[in-house]
Design a binder for this molecule. Structure first.
Ligand SMILES: Cc1cc2nc3c(=O)[nH]c(=O)nc-3n(C[C@H](O)[C@H](O)[C@H](O)COP(=O)(O)OP(=O)(O)OC[C@H]3O[C@@H](n4cnc5c(N)ncnc54)[C@H](O)[C@@H]3O)c2cc1C
Ligand code: FES
Length: 278
């Protein structure tokens, strides 16, 4: 982890309230693991004092990209920062996803994103692309679906779920996950009934060893953990908590786990679903 001044390359609107911020940092680019984040001081002065945590979305050469939603004061100010200006950044922070599972070629990763939770999962999909991930993206409506083309360009199969049914499955992304798992023969359960196919929606063919990776709102992650438990599969979940220091010093971001309280910023943000106490 380093505290560095980075030069903004671009800071532009993607759609709606969503922005891409790209900056140059050989150090962060070299060390970043998918699921890690950077903590950004959005102004040079004191207001707002606290940094804002954003997931690392992609790394290309020495360029690092984050994608953010303008929500409040910090992200509003960040959206006004111009190419050529410098930002004070701490990173890369946190543990990141474990994408180095043994027998990767037998593993089918299913990535489940809720809203802006797509941000770290694009970086992860790039690391897992040889395993041909299935990506399930959930949002309120079609306009809030992000990064669809980025996942497709990486060779992922992508399925969408929207609350209003404006595109893809109508309902929650976790309902879609439940259907996918019910209709996929899993190696762990060796289900006897054959997979039902509908377009490219379901994972068909031989029994699969599945691992879930998810980032999104807390209730969604809780549902993913519950589904993972029911199917006896592992899920790596990236949590979002309000943060102050971002480096494990203030204990402002603790969550309950089976082995006691842990900090989301330093011990996480990625936790195993089995480890968390909901
Ligand atoms: C590890 C981590 C990674 C993150 N990655 C991304 C990302 O890639 N893209 C992105 O857009 N956002 C991400 N977030 C959330 C982001 O940090 C907050 O949206 C941002 O700090 C809000 O700052 P603000 O000043 O604009 O809003 P504020 O004025 O501080 O708050 C506005 C609203 O956002 C909520 N909020 C504030 N901080 C957080 C937070 N840490 N988590 C959840 N809700 C919050 C507040 O409750 C309030 O409703 C991440 C958070 C964490 C902890
Ligand atoms: S934000 Fe300070 S310990 Fe996590």
């Amino acid at each position: 982890m380093a505290q560095i001044k980075v030069k903004i390359i671009s800071n532009s609107r993607v759609s709606g309230n969503y922005r891409h911020l790209e900056f140059e940092s050989g150090l962060i680019a070299k060390h970043a693991i998918a699921g890690q984040f950077v903590n950004i001081k959005v102004v040079d002065g004191w207001e707002p004092l606290l940094r804002r945590p954003l997931s690392i979305h992609s790394v290309k050469g020495q360029k690092v990209k984050v994608i953010y939603e303008i929500l409040g004061k910090g992200t509003q100010i960040l959206s006004t920062r111009k190419p050529g200006e410098f930002l004070d950044i701490l990173g890369p922070l946190g543990n990141g996803f474990n994408s180095l599972s043994p027998n990767t070629h037998h593993l089918t990763p299913i990535l489940i994103a809720g809203g802006i939770g797509v941000a770290p999962l694009v970086f992860l999909a790039e690391k897992l692309k040889l395993s041909k991930p299935l990506v399930l993206i959930g949002a309120m409506s079609k306009k809030q679906i992000l990064c669809l083309q980025e996942f497709k360009a990486l060779g992922c199969t992508v399925e969408l779920a929207t609350d209003d049914g404006s595109v893809g499955f109508k309902g929650r992304v976790t309902d879609l996950l439940r259907i996918v798992l019910e209709q996929t023969p899993l190696e762990t359960r060796q289900k006897s009934r054959s997979a039902v196919t509908s377009g490219n929606l379901f994972l068909t063919g031989q029994a699969k060893r599945v691992e879930l990776f998810s980032c999104g709102p807390h209730p969604m992650l809780k549902a993913v953990a519950q589904i993972a438990g029911e199917h006896k599969i592992n899920a790596q979940l990236s949590l979002e908590e309000h943060m102050a220091c971002g480096i494990g010093a203030c204990l402002g971001c603790v969550v309950a786990t089976k082995s006691g309280y842990k900090t989301v910023c330093k011990d996480g943000p990625v936790f195993s679903s089995e480890e968390l106490v909901w």
